[in-house]
Design a protein around this ligand. Structure first.
Ligand SMILES: C[S@@+](CC[C@H](N)C(=O)[O-])C[C@H]1O[C@@H](n2cnc3c(N)ncnc32)[C@H](O)[C@@H]1O
Length: 153
């Protein structure tokens, strides 16, 4: 159970990884952006600042986190979804963004594989995963040709 008030108490620290990740790709152009596991919208905010005219959608499982996100970013579409399941019905995106979310998934490999299927041509999947070295997906990625385009930073 996520508590939006407690989560946002450390907002300055929590937003920084998303700000840093956006800074790495800010020169690219995106029209359609999905923030997966967007929480209270803290990871969505830097996306809105960087790509003002893009269509930006945030998805998260927690109703409470999404309510806060809608308060903070009324112009963004926020949708309640279980993102451990395929999101193919949402269409394809130029940027699939995700900060501090993938580590919560039991099926990280499926999620990452599906994420690549949701990209438009030249689209990118930008994700920040705390303690990635300790995730099950880390072993799989280092072994897989399918994910040869992944560049850990
Ligand atoms: C650490 S927060 C990150 C929130 C936001 N990305 C940020 O940077 O502040 C993790 C978020 O993942 C969401 N989450 C966990 N499991 C999920 C699932 N299966 N589907 C969708 N969201 C999920 C939680 O509700 C929570 O908002």
């Amino acid at each position: 159970m996520w508590n939006a008030e407690i989560y946002n108490r450390y907002g300055k620290e929590r937003i920084q990884p998303s700000v840093d990740l956006v800074a790495r790709i800010k020169d690219m152009k995106f029209q359609r952006i999905l923030d997966v596991g967007c929480g209270t919208g803290m990871s969505t905010e830097p996306l809105v600042s960087a790509w003002e005219s893009a269509e930006i959608i945030g998805v998260d499982l927690s109703k409470e986190m999404l309510e806060k996100a809608r308060e903070i970013l009324p112009t963004v579409t926020f949708i309640q979804r279980d993102c451990s399941k395929p999101l193919f019905d949402m269409g394809t995106f130029d940027l699939l963004f995700s900060n501090a979310f993938v580590q919560w998934l039991p099926n990280q490999e499926d999620f990452i594989s599906n994420a690549f299927s949701m990209l438009n041509e030249n689209g990118i999947f930008a994700t920040q995963i705390p303690l990635f070295e300790e995730m099950p997906a880390n072993d799989r990625i280092s072994l897989s040709d399918q994910w040869e385009d992944i560049v850990p930073v």
